[in-house]
Design a protein around this ligand. Structure first.
Ligand code: ANZ
Ligand code: ZN
Length: 832
């Protein structure tokens, strides 16, 4: 009887062999073609989850396949180790953020190792260690010296409970993402990176990214948000002021019925200086979040300053000047002309405050200057009620107004971007200290590079909210590096997105004395295939693209785009369960629709992304204990296309386990035999070629399906040399997916060396084509027999073969047929 595959034993044994042989350590001096396969590095939250397992299994299959196809593969792993959760743990459990983080790393590393990933652990890094963030500080100073870092006062989202600035995406429905507190706007001096200087490059660069999903490129494009139009000035009737506005629709200029400025606009500020009502309105505008989405959905509110703006094309028209809550100070010039007939926001505003609504673009045959209704017309058409523009289509009218403004000197064609500079200051402890010292005499002074890293102090307290660095008794008190007088360290730390903006460069080489070795980085980069969650489609990827371009700009690295290929994988999902009293229940607490503990029926909810809050997670570790790494890996690749969600199921993992056992039975039953099996040879070679193609295209589920077919074909086949050969080849074909059973079989079959180091089986192209065809033989139109002939057999040979058929000979009874019709490769019809 065939033995069973003991995954528990085999997994550990082979993992040890790979580790001892440093099988997956990448050689920087290799002359092989290179493949850099990278999955987004994890945050060390404590335990790995199924999302990690799926993500890293996909990358692993590709990495192992690339090794087998003759590449020097860099497939590293590290830890995105700074961030809030460590501080939250410190506050809640009194543990040190560093200790908590490092413990989590140790746990998760052990868990990853048990899955047998072909990772180069010699390059492991954690962003929270000084030997990583010290180099980051050096890079920050390089960018500072090049003028790509600056400090400015800016309105931030302030979480009054966590006492920290929040990024826009951390504000959800006007509340802090973690604390749930109502977010306020505050002015703070912050450090910024000049990503806007690269806005156009980052937009143009998207065009070169052929191996990125279109949806991600579109999201980046929208985030960068390039708009073209006219920037122009309104003079005010008071004679002393001007208001500059930006419009993408200069064609509608004769439809303007008001001008509106942002609450922070100098005109608004000046007006409020001696006007309490205006001041109160401005204060009111400061409540609520700063996200575009929030501003979009807020009720449009305005305050009439009483000022009047003079229309640049008709001095007899005077427009009221409002302060309005929907105008953003940091977009365009912080002021707009309001054209209610053709902009919904402006229309809502005009109806609320009883302003004119004048039609200037014809809507079909509607040309009346009086615009009715509450729905703005934003479509195309000919200009009307617009003096010299009348009759022009929209685009032509835009050009005409821009030309006129430029000729008369009151405006110019311009391009603006929605992208804002990247605010990197965080008022938190567990992050990279910003290497700056503030001196009353010298201002901000960079810490000399010889004094890097600026290390985080360990003796900090978390008993009160706020930034522990700021209230540390000694840490911030240092002498000014420039004049030597007592000064203060910057106590803000860097946004953790800075840490993840260059880790893929550090993986290529890890010198002690500099962030990276340029030659090594340029040899490995760009990353050939980057795999991760779509939640990083915008910020992380944009920041990493910016950082790479910034390094190029300052002459440190000649790489334009860090990630040549990007793949965003789907999520692992599971049903949700709710007890009658509303408690979420975990899958282990439910059996056959009943809560095990209470015997009460449960409500079965939707299949959703596994999440702790809904308790529908399945912990990978006990699953690996029970079924072994290969079954888990196989399940992660089967069933669903990798970009789609994968519903976790007990039946699925059991099926995978059975498949691993089936493989083992084939491998274990390997014996030498004689004879050829042409059909099996063809199946094998089609599988070799097809699986290779599928892996290269990351269509892992298709590769899996082909391997199932091959296994079934081998099982059915009678013993032959072909069958033995196919079984041996199968060991290599499945090894990227189920490496442990493959190694075990490879060794048992008497091969030298590891299957991990074996080459991918070669394809015989001759065996890829179906080279035999089935020919139907009809006698008087009735199917009487079939023949298998080599494809392309000529008429004469086909006819001869048909006439030689026993059945035909019997039917014709020795006589010659009256007529023979031959359709080569298809049929022979004999008329008797
Ligand atoms: C007049 C106009 C008429 C406009 C019309 C639109 C339609 P995008 O396309 O997103 O770039 N705008 C300009 N600066 C603004 C600011 N700081 N805050 C809020 N809104 C601002 O949007 C450009 C349009 O948004 C500009 O064109 C301006 O309104 C408004 F039928 O000018 B428009
Ligand atoms: Zn000084």
């Amino acid at each position: 009887m065939a033995s069973r595959f003991n995954a528990l034993k085999a997994d550990a044994a082979w993992q040890k062999v790979w580790e001892e042989n440093r099988t997956f350590a990448a050689r920087n001096d290799s002359s092989l073609p290179r493949a850099y396969v990278l999955e987004m590095f994890p945050y060390p939250s404590g335990r790995i989850h199924m999302g990690h397992v799926r993500n890293y299994t996909m990358g692993d299959v590709l990495a192992r396949y690339k090794r087998m196809t003759g590449h020097e593969v860099l497939h590293p792993m590290g830890w995105d180790a700074f961030g809030m959760p460590a501080e939250n743990a410190a506050m809640e459990k009194g543990v040190a953020p560093g200790g908590w983080t490092r413990d989590n790393i140790a746990t998760m590393k052990a868990q990853l190792k048990r899955l047998g990933f072909a990772l180069d652990w010699t390059r492991e890094l954690a962003t929270c260690e000084p030997d990583y963030y010290g180099h980051e500080q050096a890079l920050f100073l390089d960018l500072y010296a090049a003028g790509l870092v600056y400090r400015k006062e800016s309105a931030v989202n302030w979480d009054p409970v966590d006492m920290t600035v929040l990024a826009n995406e951390q504000v959800i429905d006007g509340r802090g993402w973690r604390s749930g507190a109502l977010v306020e706007k505050r002015k703070l001096s912050q450090w910024f990176l000049k990503i806007t200087q690269f806005a156009d490059e980052l937009l143009e660069g998207l065009k070169s990214l052929d191996h990125w999903p279109d949806k991600v490129k579109l999201m980046q494009e929208n985030w960068i948000g390039k708009s073209s139009g006219l920037t122009f000035r309104f003079a005010l009737t008071n004679g002393s002021d001007e208001i500059e506005v930006f419009s993408t629709r200069p064609d509608t200029i004769f439809g303007a019925s008001f001008v509106a400025v942002a609450a922070d606009h100098p005109i608004a500020q000046a007006h409020a200086a001696d006007n309490v009502e205006a001041l109160a309105f401005i204060e009111r505008c400061k409540q609520g979040g700063t996200t575009a989405a929030e501003i979009e959905t807020q009720e449009k509110l305005g305050y009439d300053t009483g000022l009047k703006a003079i229309h640049p094309l008709d001095a007899s028209i005077e427009l009221p000047v409002y302060i309005a809550n929907f105008v953003l100070m940091d977009y365009g010039s912080g002021a707009v002309m309001g054209v209610p007939a053709h902009d919904q926001r402006d229309l809502d505003f005009a109806r609320k405050y009883g302003l004119d609504v004048r039609r200037v673009v014809a809507e079909g045959d509607k040309t009346d200057p009086v615009f009715d209704g509450d729905e703005a017309y934003t479509g195309s058409g000919a200009l009307v009620n617009s003096a010299f523009l009348d009759g022009m289509p929209v685009e032509e009218a835009k050009r005409a107004v821009i030309a006129r403004a430029e000729a008369e000197g009151w405006g110019h064609g311009s391009t603006v971007y929605r992208l804002r500079d990247w605010g990197v200051s965080r008022q938190r402890y567990w992050g990279t200290p910003i290497p700056i010292v503030h001196c009353d005499a010298c201002g901000p002074v960079p810490v000399p590079k010889s004094e890097l890293p600026v290390e985080l102090p360990h003796d900090v307290t978390f008993d009160v909210p706020g930034n522990p660095l700021d209230r540390h008794p000694t840490w911030k008190h240092v002498d000014c590096p420039s004049c030597g007088k007592p000064a203060r360290r910057e106590t803000d730390t860097l946004d953790t997105f800075v840490d993840s903006s260059w880790y893929f460069i550090r993986f290529a080489s890890q010198p002690d004395d500099k962030p990276f070795d340029r030659e090594a980085a340029e040899k490995w980069l760009p990353v050939g295939q980057y795999i991760g969650g779509v939640e990083h489609a915008i910020l992380h990827l944009l920041y990493a693209r910016f950082w790479t371009r910034a390094l190029k700009h300052i002459g440190m690295l000649d790489i334009d785009e860090p990630f040549a290929g990007l793949f965003t994988q789907g999520m692992v999902t599971h049903e949700t369960y709710k007890a009658a009293d509303g408690r979420w229940l975990g899958p282990a607490e439910v059996e056959n629709g009943v809560e095990i503990a209470t015997g009460q029926p449960v409500e079965i909810g939707r299949v959703e992304k596994m999440s702790k809050s809904k308790k529908n997670t399945v912990d990978p570790e006990p699953i690996v204990d029970q079924y072994g790494a290969d079954a888990v890996r196989w399940f992660m690749l089967s069933d669903s296309p990798p970009e789609r969600d994968l519903p976790w199921s007990e039946a699925g993992i059991e099926g995978s386990w059975r498949f691993v056992q089936r493989l083992w039975r084939l491998f274990d039953g390997l014996e030498d035999a004689e004879g050829e099996d042409k059909a099996l040879d063809r199946k094998l070679h089609q599988t070799i070629a097809g699986v290779a193609e599928d892996i290269e295209a990351l269509s892992f589920n298709k590769a899996v399906a082909k391997l199932y077919e091959l296994v079934a074909a081998i099982e059915k086949a009678a013993p032959s040399a072909s069958r033995t050969n196919a079984t041996r080849a199968l060991m290599r074909l499945v090894s990227p997916m189920v490496p442990h059973v493959a190694e075990e079989a490879w060794a048992a079959a008497g091969h030298d060396g590891l299957v991990a180091n074996a080459p991918w089986p070669a394809v015989d192209p001759a065996l890829l084509v179906e080279d035999e065809v089935t020919i139907a033989i009809q006698v008087n139109g009735k199917l009487r027999d079939t023949l298998t002939l080599p494809k392309g057999t000529d008429r004469a040979a086909t006819e001869a073969a048909a006439l030689a058929s026993d059945k035909v000979v019997r039917l014709l009874d020795g006589k010659a047929p009256k007529k023979v019709i031959v359709v080569p490769d298809r049929l022979v019809n004999l008329v008797a």
